[in-house]
Write a protein that binds this ligand. Structure first.
Ligand code: FPP
Length: 263
């Protein structure tokens, strides 16, 4: 057990850090229509660990490796935005140790991955409510922002302390304020205006939403933004999700017919 734990809690090796090259399959994918924005509900870390007799945090640890792998795969394909659901407003109900571990992941990711993200010209963002996040987590997120805000490549967003209903309510409160101040005319408020008040204001809508681990629901994730997204589900748990499965999701996306309500 101790040995197994060690195996999962050790730091990343340089081998794991090596950027992935675009395979023939990746090159073929680039010929077809690519989603501009892929949003992912990374689910199944806890069950993945439990199946192996390990604590839940070992699942999150393994999930971080998948984060790195899928970030590289998305970036290599030339996808504009990748959003990862990392901590929901409901996740505070989890055991304290697990919450603490998850709150330490941005610092860890900063330490292990910032150099590569900068080299890749990736911009890192956070979507969610900053209030309630511990200072050390906010500090890491600020460092990510400062180090990458001039980058012009893929936008990698971590949805942290994110809940879509909270996001919509937050937008509504700001809209009411702006109407009161005369900055916005309520009679002309349209969908485009509303979107400017969401955390995702600067992002295109997700064309593709992936959820791992066999659950087939949205779980308070981007309820407004997913209105016309293609949804793709797999039984595979997040730590086992791979570049090849990511390609599969995009291949399937390329075979979908998107009609946006038209015929
Ligand atoms: C869901 O699995 C996963 C999470 C709640 C957290 C996932 C976060 C990461 C993989 C890393 C995020 C990285 C940064 C830098 C913030 P679960 O625990 O709900 O799994 P279960 O449904 O099997 O219990």
């Amino acid at each position: 057990m101790i040995q197994k734990l060690k195996q999962w809690l050790v730091g990343y090796t340089s081998e794991e850090k090596k950027p992935s090259d675009l395979t023939e399959r990746g090159k073929a994918l680039k010929q077809g229509p690519l989603p501009r924005h892929v949003a992912i509900i990374m689910d199944g870390n806890g069950r993945w660990a439990k199946k192996r007799g390990m604590p839940r945090i070992a699942g999150h640890r393994a999930g971080m490796k998948t984060v790195r792998q899928i970030t590289r795969a998305a970036d290599d394909l030339g996808i504009e935005a990748l959003t990862l659901y990392s901590f929901s407003t409901e996740n505070w109900k989890r055991p304290k140790d697990e919450v603490n571990y998850l709150m330490g992941l941005p610092e860890e990711f900063l330490r292990t991955d910032l150099d590569e993200l900068v080299k890749r010209n990736i911009q890192v963002k956070m979507l969610g409510e900053e209030k309630d996040l511990p200072e050390h987590t906010l500090r890491a997120l600020r460092q990510f922002k400062e180090a990458t805000e001039e980058n012009t490549g893929m936008v990698l967003s971590f949805a942290l302390n994110y809940g879509s209903r909270t996001e919509i309510l937050h937008a509504l409160h700001q809209i009411i304020e702006d109407v009161k101040r005369g900055k916005l005319n309520k009679d002309h408020l349209d969908e485009t205006d509303f979107e400017r008040y969401l955390y995702t204001a600067d992002l295109p809508e997700p064309d593709l939403m992936i959820r791992t681990s066999g659950e087939v629901r949205i779980s308070n994730f981007m309820l407004w933004q997913l209105a016309y997204s293609e949804l793709w589900f797999t039984d595979v748990q997040w730590p086992d999700f791979s570049q090849s499965m990511f390609y599969q999701a995009i291949e399937d996306f390329q075979h979908r017919s998107r009609r946006y309500g038209a015929v």
